[in-house]
Write a protein that binds this ligand. Structure first.
Ligand code: ADP
Length: 767
């Protein structure tokens, strides 16, 4: 079947036509042949029956009279029929009465037993029986055996003719089929060719040719319609594609334009950012300069005012001096506030969260303001919620700044009555990890008018000229406090009634509860405020004469000889000539600044080891960091106080006297060190260079006050154990700065640690 299906249409049609005509002719021939043979056979049977009847009639007398000879004679007449093979006459009893046989020599036909009238075919012969009646009485039977050779040869003959006819018919049918199948196959083939051409050449404009209105015609019409549709769609698609291309081109152009505009905007933004950065930089620089420029003369103003304090006797003059000092200090506060504000606004203020004891902090506030409260006869009550945990994670330095400002204002603006400071845990029980903290500062002071309430948190906003004049202040404290509180994620608010008092509230949400106990606020150890120096030379390099003079004045009662230089160059020359024991170096100087002068000093033999202390008026942390990094051995910030100057020098110069109010024994020369200490110096130096150095680095990096305080304690006990004042003092200083949260000073001391080790090493007697 598959073979047939794979044939071409032409072949299929030919095959179908040939098979149909062949089978038709064959069947017709078989039917005709069958009919012919049957008719022919019936003719033979009829002939033989007539012949048997004639023989019967002729032989009835012979049967009746038992005349076998006549009977046999009658049978001999059958000789004329060449296909009669044998014949016989049966008598009434069925016995052969007479017989005839056309036999060849030696042949003997076997005669069958008698039967009723009729015939049957057997062994290639037709056997016929005919009963002989006389006056309706059976007297015998005629039997004839007929040879069917005649029929067989007729069949062969007709078969040959039929085969001839079929062959002729087939040839004619083939010729006709070849011709006629084209009527059907040709249009289909043409359609196929058209379809192939279209699919190969993608030419949808081609059409199949229509040959008639029959089914193939309809098929061709359908095919052509389909092509029309495809062509139409093609056209539409082409149009769409074209449209899309146009669209893409348009959009690309628009995008390019947008990109160009964006680039222009971006460049502009970059330029603006650069300008803003430059402006910001300029602002920071301006602030730094301003701070520097104001601090420098303030150094002289406050310093000399301090010196004059003991010299002046009259009350009036003393009050003038007090005014100078307090105005100077206000000016310094203003500068610090402005620097803080600019740092906050430039996003440079960083927060450091650490465990803070609320109770400790409040106690600190009480101590700081105790004198003022006493002076003004104000009651102070601190109320701490017992539900508050002992430690909270907060930025202690900044929180203290805010509290100092609020309580400071309360003290300032309250003439009589009380000040209440309370801390509340606003979270319900159950939340043990975090809580909401409320801090309230309430006073019975002058109060704030309603119309001022909204803007007292703005910069430079004070109630009005009258109160500002009376109470002084910068008008920045609350602005800074608000920003700091908000930086820490809190809110600050105020409610007040003129004449009745004010209440400031700070709320911090989700304050983390600190693990363990925070470091208790330490009592600052009593620090030596005057030292008896041994004879030594100190060089002061500063371009401002007042500053040099001030240092000289501060040190005039000591055994220190002060040399003065106006700039870095002069400082180098003087240092080379006089080999001072210590140099105090201003940073900003004409000709050669402090950094460059230091660099050259550290490269000059014989001057390398002279300690150099930076004398800076800059309040900027960056400048202080730079000073520390540059290799200065210490630094003093203008305006400097006498005690601070002396203490700093005492760290580097030999002293012989007792520290005034000091807690330490005299410092000693190396010769005075107990022999045991001298013997153990290598061991001590080793400890200082390994485990202590490691701890120092660690605590400096982590910046936890309690750890730094502990480190100070360890150094102090090491110093005391081996009678090394140098170490004991250093340890105490560290504890003091950590205890008072003086971060800058504390870090400076920690950074000075390597220098301390060098100093201890220098105590080792040279061989
Ligand atoms: P300063 O106190 O330096 O003037 P602040 O920013 O701290 O600046 O305060 C701004 C102003 O808010 C103050 O000048 C004062 O008028 C008002 N103020 C602040 N706290 C109080 C207070 N407790 N009682 C009355 N007025 C206050």
């Amino acid at each position: 079947m598959t073979l047939f299906q794979n044939l071409s249409i032409t072949r299929k049609l030919l095959l179908i036509l040939m098979l149909t005509s062949g089978v038709t002719v064959l069947l017709a021939s078989i039917a005709f042949e069958t009919k012919d043979i049957l008719t022919f056979r019936q003719g033979i049977v009829d002939d033989l029956s007539s012949l048997a009847e004639v023989i019967g009639i002729n032989s009835s007398g012979a049967l009746v009279f038992n005349d076998r000879r006549t009977a046999e004679k009658n049978l001999q007449a059958l000789r004329a029929k060449p296909h009669v093979y044998a014949a016989c006459l049966y008598d009434r009893g069925g016995n052969v009465f007479a017989s005839y046989q056309r036999t060849g020599p030696g042949e003997k036909a076997s005669l069958p037993a008698v039967r009723a009238t009729g015939y049957f075919l057997q062994g290639g012969f037709l056997h016929l029986f005919q009963q002989i009646d006389l006056e309706q009485d059976k007297i015998g039977t005629v039997f004839i055996q007929y040879d069917l050779e005649e029929i067989r040869s007729r069949i062969w003959q007709s078969g040959g003719i039929m085969a001839g006819i079929i062959a002729v018919v087939s040839i004619v049918a083939l010729l006709l089929s070849v011709k006629l199948q084209r009527i059907i196959s040709e249009p289909i083939l043409q359609l196929t060719r058209t379809a192939r051409t279209i699919s190969q050449e993608k030419d949808y404009s081609a059409r199949a040719e229509k040959t008639g209105r029959d089914e193939i015609g309809v098929l061709i019409d359908g095919f052509n319609e389909m092509l029309d549709e495809i062509q139409k769609r093609d056209g539409e698609l082409e149009q769409h594609r074209h449209h899309l291309e146009e669209l893409v081109t348009d959009r690309t152009a628009a995008l390019q334009k947008q990109q160009q505009e964006l680039e222009i905007a971006l460049n502009r933004a970059r330029q603006l950012a650069v300008e803003a950065e430059a402006a910001n930089h300029a602002k920071s620089e301006f602030l730094a300069n301003m701070s520097h420029e104001i601090r420098t003369p303030m150094n002289a103003i406050l310093g000399f005012a301090g010196l004059l304090d003991s010299a002046v006797v009259g009350d009036k003059q003393r009050s003038y001096l007090a005014s100078i000092s307090s105005s100077g200090k206000t000016l310094l506060t203003l500068i610090n506030d402005i620097l803080d504000l600019s740092k906050i606004e430039a996003g440079k203020m960083e927060l450091h969260y650490e465990p803070v004891s609320p109770a400790g902090l409040i106690e600190e506030v009480r101590q700081i303001f105790s004198l003022k409260l006493e002076e003004k006869d104000l009651a102070f009550q601190a109320d701490i919620d017992p539900a508050l945990p002992p430690g909270l994670l907060l930025d202690e330095v900044r929180l203290r700044q805010v509290l100092f400002n609020l309580v400071g204002n309360a003290v300032k603006f309250t003439d009589s009555g009380r000040i209440d400071l309370s801390l509340r845990n606003m979270s319900g029980p159950g939340r043990s990890n975090v809580l909401d903290l409320l801090i309230a500062v309430e006073d019975t002071g002058i109060g704030i008018p309603q119309d001022s309430l909204a803007d007292i948190f703005d910069v430079f906003k004070q109630q009005d000229g009258r109160t500002a004049q009376k109470y002084s202040g910068t008008g920045l404290g609350l602005a800074i406090s608000k920003r700091l509180v908000e930086m820490m994620g809190g809110t600050i608010s105020v409610s007040s009634r003129v004449g009745a008092g004010s209440r400031f509230e700070i709320v911090f949400h989700n304050v983390a509860v600190a693990d363990g106990q925070p470091r208790p606020t330490q009592e600052s150890p009593v620090l030596p405020d005057a030292v008896a120096f041994e004879n030594a030379t100190v060089l002061v390099a500063d371009d401002v004469e007042d500053n040099r003079r001030l240092v000289k004045e501060f040190l005039q009662d000591t055994r220190l000889n002060v040399l003065e230089a106006e700039d870095g160059r002069q400082a180098l020359e003087l240092a080379a000539n006089y080999r001072p024991d210590l140099i105090i170096m201003d940073i900003k100087m004409p000709v050669l600044d402090g950094y460059s002068a230091l660099e050259q000093l550290k490269q000059t033999d014989g001057l390398k080891t002279v300690p150099v202390i930076a004398f800076t008026a800059s309040g900027m942390k960056e400048d202080r960091d730079r000073i520390t990094r540059s290799g200065f051995d210490g630094f003093l910030v203008k305006p400097v106080e006498q005690a601070v100057l002396v203490r700093e020098l005492a760290l580097f110069l030999r002293t012989t006297g007792t520290t005034v109010g000091g807690t330490l024994e005299d410092k000693r020369d190396v010769q005075d060190l107990p022999p045991d200490t001298v013997a153990r110096l290598p061991e001590i130096i080793n400890m200082l260079e390994t485990e202590f150095q490691h701890t120092c680095k660690n605590v400096r990096q982590r910046g936890f006050f309690n750890e730094i305080g502990d480190f100070g304690k360890q150094i102090e006990s090491l110093g005391k154990q081996y009678d090394l004042d140098l170490l004991a003092l250093y340890g105490q200083d560290i504890q003091a700065t950590a205890g008072s949260f003086n971060i800058d000073e504390m870090n400076r001391l920690l950074d000075r640690y390597p220098r301390l080790v060098e100093q201890v090493k220098a105590l080792h007697p040279k061989e």
